[in-house]
Design a protein around this ligand. Structure first.
Ligand code: FES
Ligand code: FES
Length: 156
């Protein structure tokens, strides 16, 4: 029998006391134990960014964290962005700028962009591209995504 570790983690504002397997990925905890399937798992090597979440406000790759490392932390996932039916301003900006890609990569972009938006930094288009380079999509030139983030960083 695999021994489990008790953790207390707050996810999208809700506290959870969980018994987790020591080698479980944080992304698998979110998806499998909490049903938050907006966090996707692609490469499991920290490359694709599909599993990007916020850990105490910092964008991190959920596949590179073990579930016990979430103990005592605040986690945010894409499910926490909207308030009920009301999209967050960043989500609206994505919609308006035609930045929405597929359901697999868009949550990663949104979480990476949320961290950028909250940083309050004014960035050039090239810097925005650089900051979002941890999330990969081979199906886009990133133009809409950069436009949406640019809009938010300039208060639009
Ligand atoms: S699944 Fe985590 S970076 Fe690809
Ligand atoms: S991976 Fe989502 S559209 Fe390319």
């Amino acid at each position: 029998m695999i021994e489990t570790v008790p953790i207390l983690v707050t996810v999208n504002g809700t506290r959870h006391v969980l018994d987790v397997e020591p080698r479980m990925h944080a992304a698998d905890l979110l998806r499998g134990m909490l049903g938050l399937t907006g966090t996707h798992v692609g490469c499991e090597q920290g490359v694709c960014g599909m599993c990007t979440i916020l850990l105490d406000g910092t964008a991190v790759k959920g596949c590179l964290l073990l579930a016990p490392q979430l103990d005592g932390c605040e986690v945010e996932t894409v499910e926490g962005l909207a308030t009920g039916e009301e999209l967050a301003p960043l989500q609206r900006a994505f919609k308006e700028a035609h930045a929405l890609q597929c359901g697999f990569c868009t949550p990663g972009f949104l979480m990476a962009a949320t961290a950028l938006e909250r940083s309050g930094r004014r960035l050039t288009r090239e810097e925005i591209r650089e900051e979002l380079s941890g999330v990969l999509c081979r199906c886009t030139g990133y133009e809409g995504i950069v436009r949406a983030v640019e809009r938010r960083l300039t208060g639009g």
